[in-house]
Design a protein around this ligand. Sequence first.
Ligand code: ADP
Length: 530
Amino acid sequence: MQEPDIPGNEAERLRALRLLDILDTAPEARFDRITHLAQRLFDAPIVLISLIDTDRQWFKSRQGLDVCETPRNISFCGHAILDDNILYVPDATRDPRFRDNPLVTGEPNIRFYAGAPLHVTSGARIGTLCLIDRRARNLSKEKLADLRHLADWVEDELNRVRLGEATAIIRAHEERLRTLLDNVAEAILTVNTTGQVLSANASAEDMFALPAEKLSGMDLHALLPRITIEQCAEQLRQDTDDDQGVPKWNYLTVARRMNGIEIPINLTVTMLRRQSETAYIVSVRHISDAERLDLMKREFISIVSHELRTPLTSIRGALGLVVGGAAGPISDKADEMLTIAERNCERLISLVNDILDLEKIELGRLSFNPVNLNLRSAIESAVSFSNEYAAGFGVSLKTTIRLPDELCMRVDEARLAQVLTNLISNAVKFSPSGGTVEISAELREDTQSVLISVRDQGPGIPPEMREHIFEKFRQLESPHALSKGGSGLGLSIAKAITEAFGGDIGVQCPAEGGSVFFLDLPITSDAVTR
Ligand code: ADP
């Protein structure tokens, strides 16, 4: 006996069969009707709709047979699904594949078999509609074609289940999406490329005070009077050029309600591409005047800072060259004035850099480039960088590092230096002339971290202000503190960076006076001792 081969696409075939969810289900009239008809049409004692499972054939509909399944390895249908054509066996006793098959030699004593394979929509063959007789017989071409027609009908019925289910799933999906859309606070419109509104959610109805049917078909420009669809398209095109992500345009503008009142909004436009069709999703959020002012202020600061940085950097370069004598000798008076200008230029640049960092922090775009950094040399280089600055204030720096020489940590070198120099320069600024700033570092076995502290002999921080000085633009209000200049941004940036490292930053003021700023950096699994 020849066992049926396993088709090349067996896994896909079985997946398709399982997807039908039909195995071991109750008989159904829509299939029994077909097998019954086939029994009469072909005068066949047995007619089956057989589905080929992993190692059995299971009958969804059967006429003239009592069992509901038989093993796959002795099945005729297992052979029939190997080909698209009908498997036609006029006399099994004369066919070497089936002659000694137990279904031929014993019950139900098959002699004649004709099985038309059943396909699902993907093309996989999952079973057959088959005719069986206990006597050998022939079937004309026309009759075989009829069998194929009936098998097509079975296929339609099998796939109809899937289609029905798929439609139900899509409907449920659509309903969920609709509920979601109608419950978001933003007004959401879809708009075509000519600016015509295609659909609107419930919030859009509220915002524009119009029902969705009226909004559909309206020109976007009538709802958002200060923008045009061409402008949206142009902005999205620019965003596509700048960025790899989904093009998106954010803009502060106004929406006009049907009573003519204009309200401030935050607009977000994204592009929706479906095959050859393009549409826009326009999402509109009502914002308060205060929020609008705040956003405009932030945008203004960011534009000004960007525009300032380049000219300032070149002024600093030029001043440095002149002070250094590159443009010829200058008088002592001019040298003095240019040095002041250079110093102030330096302060402006660091203020602009702080504002840019702050903007990046707020947008979550502060970038880090972690490297394996030797902590001892990172601390030493931050201290040596600050030496000249400290000398200008008549302050000396003292370093005590109690760390294994080779302790490395995976952190961004420039950002760690930024935090350390900020703490050191603050400590220097607030120290009395002739004072000392002590920078120390030690391993904390208990918390598996490195504690870096910067201690000064300055006025200290009042207890109620210790938390607040890490907020942006916070400066102590004592006349002493204000006279030191600065932007009030350094510590808030230092906190954001330290937290990005997974560490902690804080301040303590010992009883003997002064303040101790500390950084507690966790020793991650990346930390190495080389
Ligand atoms: P900036 O120093 O640029 O004003 P920071 O964010 O670095 O901004 O510091 C915020 C405020 O915290 C300072 O203005 C100052 O009032 C206070 N401060 C910071 N460091 C010290 C210190 N070592 N001693 C006393 N006050 C300090």
